[in-house]
Design a protein around this ligand. Sequence first.
Ligand SMILES: Nc1ncnc2c1ncn2[C@@H]1O[C@H](COP(=O)(O)OP(=O)(O)OP(=O)(O)O)[C@@H](O)[C@H]1O
Length: 367
Amino acid sequence: MNAIPTLELGDVTRRFGEQTVLDSISLAIPPGSFTSLLGASGCGKSTTLRIMAGLDRPTAGAVRLEGREVSALTAHERNIAMVFQSYALYPHLTVAQNIALPLTMKSLSALGRLPLLGTLIPGTAAARKEIQAKVSAAAEMLGLSHLLDRKPGTLSGGQKQRVALGRALVRDPVLFLLDEPLSNLDARLRVQMRAELVALHRRTGKPFVYVTHDQAEAMAMSDQVIVMIEGRIAQAGTPRELYERPASLAVAEFVGAHAINLITPQQGAGEMHSSAARAILGVRPEHVVPAPHGSFTAKLRSVEYLGSEIVLSLRTDQGVELKSIAPGTFEPPLPGDNVRLSFDPTCTHLFHPETGARIGGASECRS
Ligand SMILES: Nc1ncnc2c1ncn2[C@@H]1O[C@H](COP(=O)(O)OP(=O)(O)OP(=O)(O)O)[C@@H](O)[C@H]1O
């Protein structure tokens, strides 16, 4: 029997005036999973997250937390932690105070929070001690112990992001929601923080829902990726399922480090693949490779050397523009020369030319 999902959305619709921002979306966040909501700007990712958190209400549909309908509960009552891209730290508070904030708000009265008077109120000292212990544990987990007395203004972007995570961590929530938390960081730090987030997820054992428009980030970190397009779920699955069996042309175009090659029936897709006479044929650049005995040739137009790999831009005699990824050791001919190529038919996808729906292709790519 499957475990009850930590969170479920059932046919959730959200309208703002005339605009339907979420159109009957259903999804499940399994216990302990790392789920990414992936989609282009404006597709409704943040709105979905806000509805999960209880910061926004659906126009229609259900939100269930551990099997219980929670649509009427406030964000506070749901015990869900949300981390924003902007960090949302208080500049006048120290790192320790920022991390402690959700706990001090919850367990100390307004008077108890006052620095001097608070110490005179019964029970306050014990509560403060407990908060301190939780803050120390979170800081330790995030490598922030040496920064607890600093103010946010003196921290780097990565450190600020860790403080925001610490604040989520001390609440011991049932679910973590992260809205593009790495987008303010430079490329190198993003990759480092990615790994740290995955490690943190593993240590907490709690489900994470991660919003991003970066497919590499989603694919690298998640057990489940939910691709959203214009307020709908285009596909939900493991990174491998999305890459190997994209449900539509739109998903195939969104997922993968390099844009997928698409060959229309007019461009002779049927000549390259027997069942593609009336379909759009999709084949990823990494599955079109230079090969001395390959089945077709194309003219080399330009070469992009990336170190570990080389991206070749080509054009076939039928006028089809193609990209091919060759290993970094490949010695390309001069632009204008022909390159013999082969592709693995187990790594092709067929899409309906009008609807874009997947209508065929291999179930398992062998290359
Ligand atoms: N409070 C609001 N009032 C009116 N329209 C809104 C409101 N919040 C969001 N929208 C609209 O809903 C759509 C989806 O917004 P949302 O922020 O969920 O997208 P997103 O996928 O998170 O985008 P991004 O990646 O740019 O943050 C947008 O067209 C946005 O303008």
